[in-house]
Write a protein that binds this ligand. Structure first.
Ligand SMILES: [Zn+2]
Length: 447
């Protein structure tokens, strides 16, 4: 069942492009050279034990990228990135042991005292002051402002999770019984502190232990990020326990409970500055991964480029268990290979497409779309000439909406950015495979 579906959907994607050929019969001939058997052959390599779930920057993923490039070479597709099939992506891998947090001469314990998700990969920060900005709220509607008359520029800010609430359960910011948006909106609080040029943010997490327990394994396995200026300039966000929050406030002559009581009594923001030395050190490890590119030059409109993509990476191993990622997105990557082969064959026999086609497998998708972000920042072919990107993901999936049928596909975003892509696709579908399209209007923004 899945075999047929893979085949049919791949046909459809191919024909989305091949209607650009003048003769539909020629397009159908090359379309028919794409088969479920060939895709399965590629997939059995990509989702094999030895590739260990293709985690970005791990040996299995390096083997997968090598397989894709070898296949491109075998099809006769020449390398297109200054003699290489690869586009190398510089990354940093953040491990908890790469970091040190010292407050008032005492090195804090990772896990029991603090953990971090976001920190610049290379950091040596020394500050002499911590500014406690209470709940870290600036609310334009009510006028509540925890930053009023405070200069936090270049200093470490300490922020408390949640919002101030009085004994009757009334939120002081909104004056209402229901929690306001500030109760759970850490992102806006972080943004406010960052805009005020804080050097680092210590956030007292209201559910510290449970959250750390939930994230511990993932953080210990290392977090990948692009090694770029944006990461280098980012503000470190460090979650600390209530005990650490109290320890810091004690140096300012108070503790969380007393401070809270006083603030509720006075009904106004009651932050304070505490003279305390803070040192934050981070030295993430430099690693890299590769996008793999194959370029099939077009004929009369060769300057225009259509990009066909899939992400080659998956989750890798968790302890001894391999997450093979046959569907996500081995299926899309295997299809890319068969599509590339068909177009190269058509070109060699004098029936190549008018526009150029760039087939590309991305790396780092599961780590936050790192490979596609890198390509859009450093495109090998000018983005202004790139007329469309068809991305294939998880074509082996049968979901609850269409459980009894394999004759369908999800088409996401085809009617959003382009006035033509959707109708080209529908037309190709009619000529070639007559799949039912489930149109999803959501579109994921490019980073
Ligand atoms: Zn995916």
């Amino acid at each position: 069942m899945i075999k047929n579906k893979v085949c049919l959907i791949t046909f459809q994607l191919l024909f989305s492009i091949t209607v650009l050929f003048s003769q539909d019969t020629v397009a159908l001939r090359y379309g028919n050279s794409i088969s479920a058997e060939i895709i399965k052959k590629h997939l059995s390599v990509l989702a094999s034990d030895s590739l260990e779930g293709r985690e970005t920057a791990m040996p299995g993923m390096i083997k997968a990228a090598a397989y894709v490039s070898q296949q491109f070479a075998q099809f006769g597709i020449p390398p297109c990135n200054t003699g290489s099939y690869f586009q190398q992506i510089p990354l940093m891998k953040q491990f908890p042991e790469n970091m040190k947090l010292e407050i008032a001469g005492k090195v804090l314990n990772y896990g029991s005292d603090y953990f971090t998700i976001d920190a610049p990969p290379s950091l040596q920060l020394n500050a002499n002051e911590i500014v406690f900005v209470g709940y870290g709220i600036t609310d334009s509607l009510s006028g509540w402002d925890d930053y009023k008359d405070k200069d936090v520029s270049g200093k470490v800010v300490l922020i408390l999770d949640g919002e101030p609430v009085n004994k009757k359960g009334i939120a002081l910011v909104s004056g209402k019984k229901e929690a306001s948006k500030w109760q759970n909106d850490r992102m806006t609080k972080v943004e406010l502190a960052t805009n005020q040029k804080a050097a680092a943010i210590l956030l007292i997490h209201q559910d510290y232990e449970k959250t750390f327990e939930k994230m511990n394994k993932r953080l210990a396995a290392g977090r990948l990020m692009l090694d770029n200026d944006e990461a280098a300039k980012s503000t470190p966000i460090i979650y600390v326990s209530k005990e650490i929050g109290n320890r810091i406030l004690l140096q300012g002559g108070t503790d969380l409970a007393s401070w809270e009581k006083k603030q509720v009594r006075k009904r106004k923001s009651m932050g304070l500055s505490i003279a305390q030395k803070v040192e934050v050190v981070n030295n993430a490890r430099k690693v890299s991964c590769n996008n793999v590119l194959g370029f099939i030059e077009g004929s009369s409109l060769k300057e225009e480029i259509i990009v066909i993509t899939a992400h080659l990476d998956h989750l890798g191993k968790r302890e001894d268990k391999i997450y093979y990622g046959a569907d996500d997105d081995g299926s899309g990557s295997a299809s890319i290979l068969n599509i590339a082969e068909a177009f190269e064959k058509a070109k060699n026999e004098g029936h190549g497409p008018k526009r150029s086609i760039l087939v590309m497998t991305f790396s780092g998708e599961e780590k936050g779309l790192l490979g596609s972000e890198y390509y859009t920042n450093f495109p090998v072919f000018p983005l202004k000439n790139t007329v469309a990107n068809l991305n294939i993901d998880m074509i082996g999936r049968v979901d609850t909406i269409a459980r009894n049928s394999v004759n369908y596909t999800y088409l996401i975003g085809s009617d959003k950015l382009s006035t033509q892509l959707h109708s080209i696709n529908e037309n190709a579908n009619k000529i070639a495979v007559t799949l039912n399209s489930i149109i999803v209007t959501m579109i994921r923004p490019i980073n």
